[in-house]
Ligand binder design. Structure first.
Ligand code: NAP
Length: 312
């Protein structure tokens, strides 16, 4: 098997797959590795309604389109292949995978994404998979005609609440503030679907026996126990930065990789794109960053010129 590449991309979410499309079309020999299957967090999104060109599309469908596009452009996709170590040699990188294979590349793009943040309350770990979930797309069907409580106030929480409600769950949304930061369009839909809101409420505990039966909230100075069958936790994302840390890349205070406007990291030849760089975590921004990373990786490998942007 050929193991020498121009470019190795780690992570096959929207950023990594887009970088693969561009790199392939630029004629680079490019491989994309993903420890799971292609799609990243996008493949777990019940509904995408703000990606240009698709008024409504299910996350897995959009992910599949991106995957087939990247492969058609010439990117070689290695799924279920976990990159363990990246070593910088004098003028190239060595990439070692969990199945003992060794690859080389002239440049690297890290597109390792993010993973749902834990709430950190008693009962959360104990009941994960037994009522506690971080993925509405995966688990919402188990809660149709049952009660599901969504925790969080971002877009993931409101989309999840809508999806659960659409599938016939009796949905509550618990948030520590008096409003969400989710899109107004979905918020209005939740109101129309009779989702019950618990504002200014903090989850203290998830209770149950074999599976979840209730959650305990601290709300308006009082403790309130509400019965629920499911708890969907959507309280933000944490970066998947183990490779970045091993490489010694500069990270921000939350652990996301610091990049400049060329998507260059603190190590020459290594670029980063998508959720792993923090900030606005959208499919469209991941796609944009993947594009920038791929073009700049191409220029790094081949040498060349591209117009400067106006930003610092
Ligand atoms: P997010 O936007 O960071 O929101 C996390 C929410 O969880 C916030 O409301 C936050 O409260 C709350 N939270 C954080 N820690 C908490 C804690 N310990 N206890 C209780 N609540 C806590 O995260 P997200 O909703 O997962 O979204 C991540 C990114 O993906 C965002 O950029 C989002 O726009 C994007 N996204 C986009 C789509 C889409 O466009 N289709 C769908 C899903 C997600 P505070 O408000 O008080 O900070």
């Amino acid at each position: 098997m050929e193991t020498d590449y121009d470019l190795i991309i780690i992570g096959a979410g929207p950023a990594g797959l887009t970088a693969g499309i561009y790199a392939g079309r630029y004629g680079l020999k490019v491989a994309i590795f993903d420890k799971l299957t292609a799609g990243g967090q996008l493949a777990l999104a019940p509904l995408i309604e703000n990606y240009p060109g698709y008024k409504t599309i299910a996350g897995p469908d959009l992910a599949e389109l991106m995957k087939t596009h990247a492969e058609a452009a010439g990117a070689e996709l290695f799924e279920l292949t976990d990159v363990q170590v990246i070593q910088k040699m004098s003028n190239m990188f060595k990439v070692l995978t969990n199945n003992g294979q060794e690859f080389t590349a002239k440049a690297i793009i890290l597109a390792t994404g993010s993973t749902p943040r834990k709430l950190g309350v008693p009962g959360e770990e104990q009941f994960t998979g037994r009522g506690v979930s971080y993925c509405a797309l995966c688990d919402a069907p188990f809660f149709s005609n049952k009660t599901a409580t969504v925790i969080g106030g971002g877009n993931t929480a409101v989309v999840s609440a809508k999806y659960l409600s659409d599938l016939g769950s009796n949905v509550r949304l618990v948030h520590r503030r008096s409003t969400t930061r989710g899109e107004e369009t979905i918020k209005k839909e939740l109101l129309a679907q009779n989702v019950q809101f618990y504002w200014n409420s903090i989850v203290k505990e998830i209770r149950g026996k074999d599976k979840v039966t209730s959650i305990v909230l601290q709300t308006q100075g009082k403790e309130l126990e509400i019965a629920t069958d499911g708890v969907f936790i959507h309280v933000g994302e944490t970066p998947v930065n183990n490779l970045a840390k091993k490489l010694g890349l500069k990270l921000n205070s939350e652990g996301f990789i610091l990049v400049n406007h060329h998507q260059e990291t603190s190590i020459e030849g290594i670029f980063a794109a998508g959720d792993i760089t923090g900030g606005i975590l959208q499919v469209s921004t991941a796609v944009g960053e993947g594009t920038i990373a791929a073009i700049n990786a191409y220029l790094y490998i081949k040498g060349g010129w591209y117009p400067e942007t106006g930003t610092e």
